[in-house]
Design a protein around this ligand. Structure first.
Ligand code: PBG
Length: 335
């Protein structure tokens, strides 16, 4: 898009349109509403709410509290919830076997939330890391994450989640080829309407730190590499993100995601412009923690920073944003 030739000052004074609230609202280019939010939520296997130290305001919820949250989401006009599990360390293993347990905490939470608030879309992460004792998103062979054996487990996990009522599968593992294989498995089981939002451009980022705390992730490096750089993308790359997105769309993704969010808005904008697909960004745990830490020190205005950060995703062209701030933002937006 080109900018029209502007009459020189003083004929053009850009401040004229900024002079009042009514004129600013009239020419506003993007708007954030509760319908843009996907509420990121952690469920645990026990009772009660457990605060996450590195994410002030975020708690691990019991299945019962997830149900209450789903009803709250509906009442706030939040269209969807993305749910992540905290699994007791004793039940993790190297293969992430619990990922495909039809009675695991994710499946139980999905069934209960869909019963109580069927109007709210439920999104499940397809990845093994909450279930592996080594913390990697896949099965380890010869010291690295084995792509194709991992996909076999992801397909089982995806089908179990879908049978429990999951509306959106969100593979976050970054294995090559998994979208097409999951899509084929869904079709062959008659699940034509299950949506896939692929974590298409997911970077090997430091900003996931608090999440690993929130879900009690295994410590990387005990078995396999000490980081996720052989499957998650190099933060220095941009063209590579377009290749990742192109492949996932060609394999049957309905929506694509860029993750993390704010440090990668350039990627969001390129993906939106290149593909015109519903594109989402994940405002990840570290982004949440930074805003909260600064706010709690009195260094930034918490409410304004939350809404400004979320609005940035809309300005960049996102259809919506996955965020731990969803219920608070929805309330601030006057839901
Ligand atoms: C797991 C997964 C991660 C997040 C979502 N799914 C962590 C990782 O890839 O290491 C991060 C979410 C957040 O930081 O809020 N595959």
């Amino acid at each position: 898009m080109t900018v029209a030739p502007l009459a020189p000052y003083p004929a053009t004074r850009l401040r004229r349109l900024r002079q009042a609230d009514w004129s600013r609202r009239l020419v506003r280019e993007s708007v954030l509403t509760p319908a843009d939010l996907i509420w990121s939520m952690v469920v645990h296997e026990g009772e009660g709410r457990i605060p996450v130290a590195s994410m002030p305001g975020v708690e691990r919820l019991s299945v019962d509290d997830c149900v209450k949250a789903a009803v709250e989401a509906r009442d706030l006009g939040i269209p969807a919830i993305a749910i992540f599990p905290y699994i007791d360390g004793a039940r993790k293993d190297a293969a992430g076997s619990m990922a495909a347990d039809p009675n695991g905490v994710i499946c139980r939470a999905v069934r209960a939330m869909k019963d109580a608030a069927p109007e709210v879309g439920i999104m499940c992460d397809v990845a093994l890391d909450p279930f592996t004792d080594h913390g990697h998103d896949g099965i380890i062979e010869n010291g690295d994450i084995a792509n194709d054996p991992t996909i076999e487990r992801l397909v089982e996990q995806a089908l179990v989640q879908t049978r429990a009522g999951c509306d959106i599968l969100a593979p976050s593992d970054m294995m090559d080829g998994r979208i097409g294989i999951i899509r084929a498995a869904l079709e062959s089981e008659g699940f034509q309407n299950t949506l896939i939002m692929s974590y298409a451009a997911k970077y090997a980022s430091a900003f996931y730190g608090p999440y690993r705390d929130a879900i009690g992730s295994g410590k990387l490096g005990t078995l396999g590499p000490s980081d996720k750089k052989t499957y998650q993308q190099d933060p220095a790359n941009s063209d590579e993100a377009l290749r990742e997105v192109a492949l996932d769309i060609a394999e049957g993704a309905d929506m694509v995601m860029v993750k993390p969010g704010m440090p990668y808005l350039d990627i969001v904008q390129r993906v939106v412009q290149e593909f015109s697909m519903p594109t989402f960004a994940f405002q990840v745990s570290g982004e949440y923690a930074m805003i909260m830490a600064a706010a709690q020190n009195g260094w930034i205005d918490e409410q304004r920073a939350i809404l400004e950060s979320l609005g940035a995703f809309k300005r960049a062209g996102c259809a919506g944003v996955i965020t731990y701030f969803a219920p608070r933002a929805a309330r601030m937006l006057g839901a």
